[in-house]
Design a binder for this molecule. Sequence first.
Ligand SMILES: Cc1cc2nc3c(=O)[nH]c(=O)nc-3n(C[C@H](O)[C@H](O)[C@H](O)COP(=O)(O)OP(=O)(O)OC[C@H]3O[C@@H](n4cnc5c(N)ncnc54)[C@H](O)[C@@H]3O)c2cc1C
Length: 469
Amino acid sequence: MTQSVSADVLSRLKAALGEGGWSQDPDRLEPKLKEWRGRWTGRTPLLALPRTTAQVAAVVGICAAEGVAITPQGGNTGLVAGQIPQGEILLSTEKLAAVRDVDAFDDVMVLEAGVTLARAHEVAASVNRRFPLSLASEGSCTIGGLASTNAGGTAVLRYGVMRDQILGIEAVLPSGEVWNGLKRLRKDNTGYDLKQLLIGAEGTLGIITAASLKLQPILASRCVAVAGVASAQDAIALLARAKDESGGAVEAFELMSRLGVVLAIKNIPGLREPLAEAHPWYVLIETASGEPGAAEAAMERLLSGALEAGLIQDATVAQTQAQAHALWAVRENQSGGQKPEGAAWKHDVSVPVSKVAAFIDQANAAVERLSPGVRIVAFGHVGDGNVHYDVLRAEGAPDDPHDALRDQGARIVHDIVAAMDGSISAEHGLGAMKSAEAVGYKSPVEVAALRAVREALDPRRIMNPRVLF
Ligand SMILES: Cc1cc2nc3c(=O)[nH]c(=O)nc-3n(C[C@H](O)[C@H](O)[C@H](O)COP(=O)(O)OP(=O)(O)OC[C@H]3O[C@@H](n4cnc5c(N)ncnc54)[C@H](O)[C@@H]3O)c2cc1C
């Protein structure tokens, strides 16, 4: 959507934001208009940098009255282009970054939307607690962005997604009114739950300005290991065994293919082979327990039993923090390792855990038929049934023909996912990239109901108009 915003509206927005609260300086705007991989570039008549909820409300109020569209942005780490404006006012939460409260008795912290995930971890640690959500973009991604995309990450198996961490929300609705829903209750059955609508809404139903978040105890023991397995099916069998035997100690269960490990080691300096010999697939497992030594004991039992049963080919257990970080670094660079290899078709899908191996087999065969020689890197939070299924061009082939097949490739992969009752966006959201496609995978009844909710809250469709339904 291209919109022209009148000089009068711009000057009222600037006045509401005050000195230092807005910018039109191309150098200041540039990093906020570029997606981190360079796939999308945006444009905006004004970068709004509110410092308070009242300033957010003033901006949204003016825009609502004038029918001016807004794109909210947190850390700009989103992977589906929902945070990149195409002519809308860009409202950044960069300066909305106060810690309002942290309380170990209620096990809650109240953070403003622009607080980064890394800072949230520090705030929780300051009262001897833990905020369990964990993703590789933690240095930049923000509480508002995480809530708006209902982010997942590596600890979902035990703690759930962002939705499960949120007790309350404060937001500015598309009318410009402030809703203070910053409760810290574990139980509140009083009808429709407005915060649940805002979570995962990708900025279409309002701007989240703060959230109250659950804190968890710090666990006394933690153990990280990597196992080599012969097939994705064996990885799933290992997961079932881990769930049966560990008494809930498994916190992360991540799958990597041999090619993903090879590319990470080739292209990211400092990474090393996790195991002495190559294996077709690798599983990174993290166990944690409240009892000292119990995480290590659970891992030891799991790996020795699985080795004896022929389910794993080899394994290594980190003996130090540095070794644990080195094993995680291979997993966290599964995406980064692909970058120098050229264009990739990326899919963030989920299927029932029991169907992960069948999904990979079927998708591999289908994309190989479409484009012979393509290289497939499948990895991800397989304990949640979430596969990042990335398809790279054949070695030495030019990027262009590969790029041209991207949409066809996505349709093939997503049709397989849909046939397995899966989701075409497991954790990244739909953004501007996948919204139109997602309509085709939802029932007309559902799409109509979702559109009615949006229409009721935002009749002029000013909030992130290019995103969702
Ligand atoms: C290296 C890397 C690893 C990643 N790993 C994971 C992973 O494991 N799991 C996962 O789920 N995601 C992952 N992501 C994706 C990304 O980090 C998440 O989507 C994150 O939640 C986005 O937060 P952000 O603050 O950067 O939001 P942005 O990118 O700025 O925005 C994302 C969306 O939220 C909206 N939004 C932002 N702030 C607000 C607000 N305050 N109110 C209303 N709407 C708002 C935007 O309009 C946009 O639609 C990864 C990204 C990178 C770069």
